[in-house]
Design a protein around this ligand. Structure first.
Ligand SMILES: [Zn+2]
Ligand SMILES: [Zn+2]
Ligand SMILES: [Zn+2]
Length: 803
């Protein structure tokens, strides 16, 4: 057998000079013939990599073999040195579109293996390198062409796929990625599919989910209310008829069941909202193609590119006036989540129905999306007219990803199908395998080992037993899949998060706490490889501080291990605790009545009385009882936890401007404020930064006082909203200047859900950049709480790193 010799070199593929130099070491040796082992690492399984190697090696006249081993690809090749060099070069230069080659380790073999013509070998299950699970890939153009070609044997076959597209993460049971370890195990290939699968020159060569109408999964319809049971194309036809006649159906999608209805039909959209207990949160709309998307939304180049990418996410764009969509799709907002079909089944459905469809996750209220047929039946049969389903099991739950474009750059809001669980690099390699369990809302967890972090797909709000069950199952499955057995669990300070309670089940010595806002800013730092001290600006709703109070408008001097709080927003009480989070009007009252009494020395506690009088006038629409209740709670300091939250300040201003007094989902009031704000430069409102016991505090009283005055003076809400956003930008710049003056640090890492406000994110970045700061804001990792687990992992990795 071949042996490894000492001439080993690592070729990192993002470094062309390194490649040439490293190869020269090996190639510089005299003999014409040689044998090499090439160990290819990165996202190289499930993306057509082995067939690609086969074709290149065969073209170059090399002997040898290629196989999957663990999460990487191993090549042993023998032949002319120049041909071997060319093979190594082309591994990175010509890799299939979905492959990401991170590095190639080249070793010269002492003996030339006795291989015949180049071949693909079966997988070696004893790989030692950590595994990478390939994300799902939207159906490719070649498959689409066959899907719509009446002469093709897969014409209208809803499960068509190839080496370059199709299900991956959602069907994998175990790695290495082979058909026998996926949900396709129950579908033996027919002779024709096998011929394609085994033909190295066929584009389905070793396409693991390969299928056709003769051997693969099949559709079925079961009519809970509409139509009798049907199969195959007939099932699709019944579903299409149901949708065209205003029906609501459950569809077994790629990563979970979805609820689908006609997006132009007000009645059925309203029915869907009532069934899901989802009052106003915008619903995502799927359209057949880019042309149809442009009829509903104003799309820039980056947005169009994202829509038609192989990840096919939901893109949040601006809805077009006069579109045919039902008003109930996105009431009170111009934001519209739009996306294109990502599976052949969705393509067929869109084409046959011929109008935009609501395609939203198949769950009720806050439960996780159903993936199991029986569970979907139980959860959804009372609300839908029928089920369009099939017999390929869903192994892992993946919701649709959501992205928006800020300053021409895509920024992730919900990272799931198409993106997760592709690994991310950590700036500092972890000394132990670890599990970071995230926070609560928009929950994700992260597994990390060495320099690699695998962020789970979005799980949802971790607030009930169902979501908790989905979380623990997902931890078990993903941990087994990626081969990371955590020895340390990392969690938030907040004692009542279910994620924290899960972590408490671990031995004390194996737990590590990370402060919420430190995790937010560390997530941005880690995404961009910042491992030096930085200024961290975290603006979000609420997170537990290290002093037992709730934080949310924070300025830190931090690195990946520690932080020091140097600034914050004013405190305000949250009258009634959680109630105040859902009632912006309460926050308006709380800031005006009690804001600075929590914050300032006694002699400074004036002004609130005047503000209170003004509030009565401005908020005359509010019930007297609410004034009385809030007044009593604050006076008695009863159930009034103080918080320095930026998100709550946005809520208060939105309420004062008459935009939202009550909300049904996180960020609703802040979004309303962003939407109403004029795009023109309207100037700032007054603000003060004062030093309170060594902390820089943004005193919000002058700002709120000006908001109240502008409402009384009938200044348009669009102008005041724009001025308020400009004020937050100016305050942020002042915070950062103060931080730089005292520390000399020039890097700023931003984090927290408030930075989903595009105007604030844009202007903070451009203002700080103009001031000479280097500014980092999460791009592939969400800036909302979906990014917390990645930040926790980056911090824990740095704290445990071997030195
Ligand atoms: Zn394809
Ligand atoms: Zn077949
Ligand atoms: Zn947060």
């Amino acid at each position: 057998m071949a042996e490894r010799c000492a001439h080993e070199c690592v070729v990192r593929m993002n470094d062309d000079e390194g490649l040439a130099g490293a190869l020269a070491v090996v190639v510089g040796r005299p003999a014409d013939e040689a044998a090499w082992r090439l160990d290819v690492r990165g996202t190289v399984q499930g993306v057509g990599f082995r067939p690609f190697v086969y074709r290149v090696a065969t073209e170059l006249g090399l002997n040898g073999s290629v196989r999957n081993a663990g999460g990487h690809v191993l090549i042993e090749a023998a032949g002319d040195r120049a041909a071997l060099t060319e093979l190594a070069r082309r591994l990175a230069a010509d890799a299939p579109p979905l492959a990401r080659v991170r590095e190639v380790v080249v070793a010269e073999l002492a003996a030339v293996p006795r291989h015949g013509p180049f071949r693909i070998e079966r997988s070696n299950e004893t790989g030692t390198v950590a595994n990478e699970v390939p994300p799902d890939i939207a159906v490719c153009a070649d498959c689409l062409a066959e899907l719509t070609d009446p002469t093709d044997r897969r014409y209208r076959y809803p499960f068509i796929n190839c080496t370059n597209c199709g299900p991956r993460a959602t069907i994998i049971d175990e790695l290495p990625y082979d058909r026998s370890r996926t949900a396709m195990r129950g579908f033996p290939m027919c002779a024709e599919c096998r011929r394609e699968y085994e033909d190295p020159w066929n584009r389905r060569f070793h396409a693991e989910p390969i299928a056709c109408p003769a051997c693969g999964p099949a559709l079925s319809w079961s009519g809970a209310r509409l139509g009798s049971d049907a199969h195959g194309d007939r099932a699709l036809a019944v579903a299409v008829a149901a949708l065209r006649h205003g029906g609501l159906i459950a569809l077994k999608g790629l990563g979970g069941y979805q609820l689908v209805c006609d997006a132009t039909n007000h009645d059925v959209v309203q029915r869907l909202r009532e069934a899901k207990h989802r009052a106003v949160k915008p619903l995502a709309v799927m359209v057949a193609d880019l042309h149809a998307a442009r009829a509903l939304a104003v799309l820039n180049g980056a947005e169009r590119m994202l829509l038609s990418s192989s990840c096919a996410p939901i893109v949040l764009a601006q809805s077009r006036a006069g579109s045919p969509l039902a008003a109930a799709i996105n009431p009170g907002t111009r934001r519209l989540g739009v996306f294109l079909p990502n599976t052949p089944l969705h393509h067929l459905l869109m084409t046959d129905v011929g109008r935009p469809l609501v395609v939203t996750s198949g769950n009720l209220a806050d439960e996780p999306m159903a993936i199991d047929d029986d569970a979907a039946g139980l959860a959804l049969s009372d609300i839908v007219d029928g089920f369009l389903t099939h017999d390929r099991p869903i192994r892992n739950r993946y919701d649709d990803s959501v992205i928006h474009v800020v300053e021409g750059e895509p920024r992730m809001i919900r990272r799931a199908r198409g993106y997760a669980p592709a690994p991310r690099a950590l700036p500092v390699a972890s000394g132990v395998p670890l599990l970071a369990v995230g926070a609560e809302l928009k929950h994700t967890f992260t597994l990390a080992a060495d320099g690699r972090a695998v962020v789970s797909p979005h799980i949802g709000d971790l607030e009930n037993a169902e979501a908790y069950g989905a979380f623990t199952t997902s931890v078990r499955r993903l941990s087994a899949l990626v081969g990371i057995t955590p020895q340390v669990v990392v969690h938030d300070y907040h004692p009542s998060y279910l994620s924290t309670q899960y972590a408490r089940g671990w031995d004390v010595g194996k737990r590590m706490e990370v402060q919420h806002h430190h995790a937010h800013v560390a997530a941005s730092a880690a995404e961009f490889g910042v491992d030096r001290p930085f200024i961290g600006v975290a603006y979000d709703g609420l997170g537990m501080g290290d002093d037992g109070t709730l934080w949310g408008g924070e300025v830190l001097i931090a690195d990946l291990q520690r932080y020091r709080r140097i600034g914050r927003f004013s405190l305000a009480p949250l009258p009634g605790g959680a109630v105040a989070v859902k009632r912006p009007v309460r926050m308006a009252l709380a800031y005006l009545l009690g804001g600075e009494t929590f914050d300032l020395p006694a002699e400074r506690r004036n002004g609130s009385g005047e503000l209170w009088g003004a509030a009565r006038e401005v908020l005359a629409r509010v019930d007297e009882r609410e004034f009385a209740v809030v007044g009593k709670l604050i006076a008695a300091r009863l159930n009034c936890p103080p918080a320095s939250s930026a998100g709550r300040l946005f809520d208060a201003v939105a309420s004062l401007l008459g935009l939202r007094d009550e909300t049904t989902f996180e960020g609703e009031a802040a979004i309303a404020l962003e939407e109403v704000a004029s795009a023109d430069d309207c100037g700032e409102l007054p603000w003060t930064l004062r030093n309170v016991q060594g902390l820089w505090v943004y005193d919000v009283r002058p700002t709120l006082s000006a908001v109240v005055d502008s409402v009384r003076g009938e200044v348009p809400a669009s102008v005041t909203a724009a001025r308020f956003q400009a004020t937050v930008v100016a305050v942020t710049a002042a915070f950062c200047d103060a931080a730089r003056t005292s520390t000399g640090i020039n890097e700023v890492c931003l984090g927290g859900g408030v930075f989903q406000n595009r105007k604030v994110a844009d202007d903070v970045r451009s203002t700080l950049s103009a001031d000479g700061f280097d500014v980092y804001l999460g791009r592939e990792i969400p800036v909302n709480d979906g990014g917390i687990s990645f930040g926790q992992a980056a911090i824990a990795a740095a704290r445990t790193a071997r030195r």
